[in-house]
Ligand binder design. Structure first.
Ligand code: LLP
Length: 437
């Protein structure tokens, strides 16, 4: 996938760069982002949704964000979903066009909301009545009228290969349609002077393959738009159907194409609009994982190897749950290869351990790899999404560096943390220093 291939040295190559050389030049663990592939994924969305249907593609930057990635998203003409002051500030610093920024979150602080208003973000996605009132007050103070969408809870819970119509009321996100909370939110929004309601948003889950769950959610949302129109005369201009499109990590994962996804979603909206004799709202989607995920790999150096005969061979690498908490958190499965010896006559079954002081820090259980030695470079695939963005400093491990590769060139886009970075915020009160014990 992407620009990955095996070169004449039997090494993994990505973006025209030899992975083993990247490891020795930049050190490990190392996040590697295939720029060409990342851009191809952006373009697939842009083509299928924007060019074909005039729909807006909003990159969910919780997946992976830094100044370089933000620059690429802007260049590719996508919009940006941010969920915190930190993500918003990153977009500001990268010079991202603010009218293309969508601000999400179920508990935005007054300071975050103020920041969003100051920078005039395109839309604030209001999650609940508390936020609605607070936002109106802040907007009044700042003498602006703020364009919002309401996040709704449509009562569909999507899982990888199935979905459940839950009519789910018990969720921390959004206004529930089922119990009338959403309609209350609409009426309130229409009354508030400094609020301009544009439309509705929903997000039904992540790593979803079951496209019918989107169709069902789109139908529920269109039914709601009609109901609101009938009861209040307000006609929503915009419908944001969220992200969640699944990617391939492991055998069994069967993503469909972005095109199929677009055609199905837009057809569902169109059919419902026709049924109700309503104009079609502008549709928006918010992919994250499916843009960044497949475009990333992580390189590790193999350290200690422990064979427990008849039980298991543990191969430990110099990273783990600190740079990729997904296996520990979600039992997520990954594929990998030995980057400096991709193909081999024979393989053996090993398990890849991280270096954190925690038994749960296992990156991969039971994988067939060429016989592995200390010093080998292990490449784990599809780590572009929710890896760097969810990384942590547990055990005071510095976060890895990130490089952007394309056509044989590798550029550092996030520098490796050092020990000083880890202690940057530490303070020793004078009182402790003066204590004679
Ligand atoms: N829009 C909203 C409102 C979201 O909450 C999310 C993801 C997305 C869009 C993007 O969804 P995507 O296309 O990336 O599936 N940390 C978890 C995933 C959490 C997803 C949170 N929301 C993981 O590593 O699997």
């Amino acid at each position: 996938q992407g620009t990955m291939r095996i070169n004449q040295n039997n090494h993994l190559e990505i973006g025209g760069c030899d992975a083993a050389e990247l490891a020795s030049k930049f050190g490990t663990p190392l996040y590697v982002i295939d720029e060409t592939f990342f851009r191809q994924n952006c373009r697939a969305y842009y083509r299928a949704f924007t060019e074909e249907y005039g729909a807006e593609v909003i990159y969910a930057c919780k997946t992976l964000i830094n100044l370089a990635i933000c620059t690429i998203i802007a260049q590719e003409g996508l919009s940006l979903d941010v969920v915190s002051g930190g993500e918003l500030s990153t977009a500001v610093k990268a010079g991202f066009p603010m009218q293309r920024v969508y601000f999400h979150g179920n508990n935005k602080s007054p300071a975050e909301l103020r920041l969003a208003l100051e920078h005039k973000v395109g839309r604030i996605i209001v999650d609940n009545l508390h936020e609605l009132a607070q936002l109106n007050t802040l907007a009044k103070e700042m003498q602006v009228k703020v364009a919002i969408m309401l996040r709704l809870s449509p009562g569909v819970e999507a899982h990888t290969h199935e979905y459940i119509k839950t009519g789910q009321i018990d969720s921390k996100f959004g206004f529930t349609i089922e119990n009338g909370m959403a309609l209350t939110g609409v009426k309130k929004s229409l009354q508030l002077e400094n609020i301009e309601l544009k439309g509705f948003h929903c997000h039904i889950g992540s790593q979803i393959f079951e496209l019918n769950s989107y169709v069902y959610a789109a139908e529920v949302m269109m039914n709601f738009i009609y109901e609101v129109y009938r009861q209040t005369g307000f006609l929503a201009d915009e419908l944001n159907l969220g992200g969640g499109f699944g990617i391939y990590y492991y055998p069994g994962d069967q993503p469909r194409t972005v095109k199929e996804y677009a055609n199905l979603l837009l057809a569902a909206v169109k059919t419902k609009a026709a049924e109700y004799h309503l104009p079609e709202p502008k549709v928006m989607v918010e992919p994250g994982r499916s843009i960044a995920g497949p475009a990333g790999i992580t390189l590790y150096t193999v350290g200690s190897i422990k064979d427990i005969p008849g039980v298991r061979k543990y191969v430990a690498v110099d990273g783990g749950m600190g740079d990729n908490p997904r296996p520990a958190l979600y039992q997520a499965k990954y594929e990998a290869c030995v980057a400096n010896r991709v193909l081999a006559e024979s393989t053996e079954k090993v398990s890849i351990a991280g270096k954190c002081c925690e038994s749960g820090d296992m990156l991969i259980w039971d994988i067939e790899l060429p016989e592995i030695k200390t010093g080998d470079i292990l490449a784990v695939f599809s780590t572009g999404a929710y890896n760097y963005s969810m990384s942590m400093n547990y055990n005071r491990l510095p976060r890895p560096a990130m490089v952007l590769v394309q056509e044989g060139q590798a550029d550092l886009i996030v520098r490796r943390e050092d020990y000083d970075d880890l202690m940057r915020n530490d303070l020793i009160p004078e009182r402790l220093l003066n204590l004679k014990m």
